[in-house]
Design a protein around this ligand. Sequence first.
Ligand code: SF4
Ligand code: SF4
Length: 207
Amino acid sequence: MNNGNIMLENYVTYLEFLDEKFQKFFAKQKPYIFCQKGCAKCCKNAQFPYSSIETAYLLYGFMKLDAGIQEEVDKNIKQVLEDKKIFKGEKFRYNCPFLINNVCCVYEYRGLVCRSFGLMTNDINGKVQVPFCCFDGLNYSNVMDDEGKHVSREKFDKLGVEEEPTAFNVSYQFLTDPDFERGFNFVFGDKKPLIEWFIKPENETAY
Ligand code: SF4
Ligand code: SF4
């Protein structure tokens, strides 16, 4: 077994460790979570930070897809890269090319930001943030004030649930902390927006 495979296996062990935590967090926040299959707002119009190892695992999942789906993803990647070429602003946002018919075609292999999104977060500086879909009437919208900045006591009391809305330290920065690399024996490698992993110097797709 080569070193790359061992690293990927160790990364998968880290994912299993994280998924167990995320399952508990999402279960605790159930009264405030409206995620469901087909709701793909968080897979659109974003940058999607991905490290090298996350991308390798995503592509490992991609290789298992039917040829037809692979072609669709490939077409999406090419289109996003074309759009990126003519984009003039600062932060290029795009729909994830792995989103097919509003469903993630590599769900089991998705990256860290895809696994944690939907929870209220608490970054390493203590800044609390609700997911943007709160403002679309989704996660935490039933308990936050209209500005999404504070929990509304009135809404919370009205819900009559025991579990309080809680912010978790699941920022991308935290999830990719070097301590996890040391603890699980793998390296994240470079980090950049997902689409940029598909740019070759000649501007061809990378696979
Ligand atoms: S996090 Fe928000 S946008 Fe994403 S699936 Fe859940 S409800 Fe939909
Ligand atoms: S990899 Fe899957 S879950 Fe992540 S943004 Fe793309 S479609 Fe959504």
